[in-house]
Ligand binder design. Structure first.
Ligand code: GAL
Length: 386
């Protein structure tokens, strides 16, 4: 641990407030109530740099807010930054956090392979790094990883596709449908370590049904590199779906299902389908489109019967897990892992804490999302976060 901003216990509160009132050391948001100390009775106020990838997706805004507020409740100072989906911007933000005296970093990377330099500088300064949701690769300086069981997320995405097609029922029992069904596959950003986990999990379910002819990937495009969407961009997914509809489905064949790994992509895919004349709801034949993140615009589409499913990953729980790990590290201990095998970042297996996710269908929006307070009934009805 690097030398901290030592604040004498007696003067700590006043001084921290003064520092905060002065805007701390510059960039980023800082707390205005950094009164507590951590790490026992040393009187030090810990400062945590939180780097999130983008504000174009509401989940990262929610993640950032949840991590920040939970850290602040514990009395830490927080420097929260969003990287605008731009790799140099995020690198600079992390450099700045280190310069500004961070004691610990929590990072959701834009490009999981691009931060080894920053993490080396952090480590040289005794600053620990927690990878948040996305693994940071090719660095020995990733101390801990908090995420969901990403392979299982992919399994759930594929399972919900089969439910939508009628091959399975929501309770997992066999459905009445037999196929064959025309489907297309999409994967996430190739520089995001999660994307491969989602795709591999999904294909573990779909491949046997592709092999036995129940599912037909009409375009023939099944390998990850071909179906991946750089930076998870909605427009790129819309364009790829438009191209597929033109190249593969212009002579009468209809697409019946689309594996989509993220709600933003799902909405791009749905727009492409609607522009090509697919209409109505899944009950009357609109293609089954999956998703992830329970973004409010997609939850409304699910309630309306247009998007079929999404995966709910409770960002509040992930934030809590990151904050717990931060506390454990800053107290000089080892964070509690529940997986020490799965996440090899190319240099080492990073000890991880994996959370569970749930499939959202129209039938359980109320119980999973509204009753838990994630979205209000009004937000689901309007499709807009308040
Ligand atoms: C992944 C994340 C997903 C989704 C996606 C696009 O890394 O695990 O939940 O948010 O990025 O933002």
């Amino acid at each position: 641990m690097k030398a901290k901003q030592l604040i004498a216990a007696a003067a700590g509160t006043a001084m921290a407030l003064t520092l905060a009132a002065c805007g701390g050391s510059g960039a980023g948001e800082t707390t205005d109530d950094a009164t507590n100390t951590a790490g026992g009775d040393s009187g030090e106020t810990f400062r945590v740099g939180v780097a999130m990838p983008t504000q174009t997706s509401e989940r990262w805004i929610a993640d950032g807010d949840a991590v920040k507020s939970q850290l602040e409740e514990l009395g830490y100072e927080v420097d929260l930054q969003f990287g605008n989906d731009d790799i140099p911007t995020q690198s600079q933000q992390i450099d700045q956090m280190i310069t500004n005296g961070a004691d610990l970093l929590i990072v959701a990377a834009i490009d999981g392979t691009a931060l080894a330099g920053q993490l080396q500088t952090a480590a040289d300064n005794g600053i620990a790094t927690i990878a948040y949701d996305r693994l940071i690769r090719d660095s020995e300086n990733v101390d801990f990883y908090v995420t969901f069981d990403n392979y299982q997320v992919g399994v759930q995405q594929a399972t919900s596709l089969l439910v939508g097609l009628g091959l399975l029922n929501e309770d997992g029992s066999e459905g009445d449908a037999t196929g064959p069904f025309n489907i297309e596959l999409f994967a996430g950003s190739p520089d995001d370590n999660n994307a491969g986990f989602f795709f591999n999990g999904a294909m573990s379910v779909l491949q046997p049904l592709i092999d036995d002819g129940t599912l037909v990937v009409t375009s023939g495009q099944t390998d990850f590199d071909t179906v991946a969407i750089l930076r998870w961009q909605q427009e790129t997914a819309q364009k790829r779906m438009e191209d597929l509809l033109t190249s593969t489905y212009s002579s009468g064949a209809k697409v019946q299902g689309v594996l989509s790994p993220y709600d933003g992509l799902s909405r791009g895919i749905i727009t492409a389908l609607q522009n090509a004349g697919y209409s109505g709801t899944t009950a009357d034949g609109f293609p089954i489109v999956t998703g992830q993140d329970a973004e409010i615009a997609s939850v409304k589409l699910i309630a309306d019967g247009v998007q079929f499913s999404t995966i709910f990953k409770d960002t509040r729980k992930l934030a809590t897990q990151a904050v717990t790990a931060a506390e454990e590290i800053l107290a000089g201990g080892e964070p509690t892992a529940n997986d020490t095998e799965t996440y090899d970042n190319g240099v080492k297996v990073v000890p991880s804490y994996l959370l569970e996710s749930d499939i959202v269908y129209a039938s359980n929006i109320q119980s999973l999302l509204v009753d838990s307070g994630y979205w209000t009934a009004e937000e689901v009805a309007s499709g807009v976060a308040e």
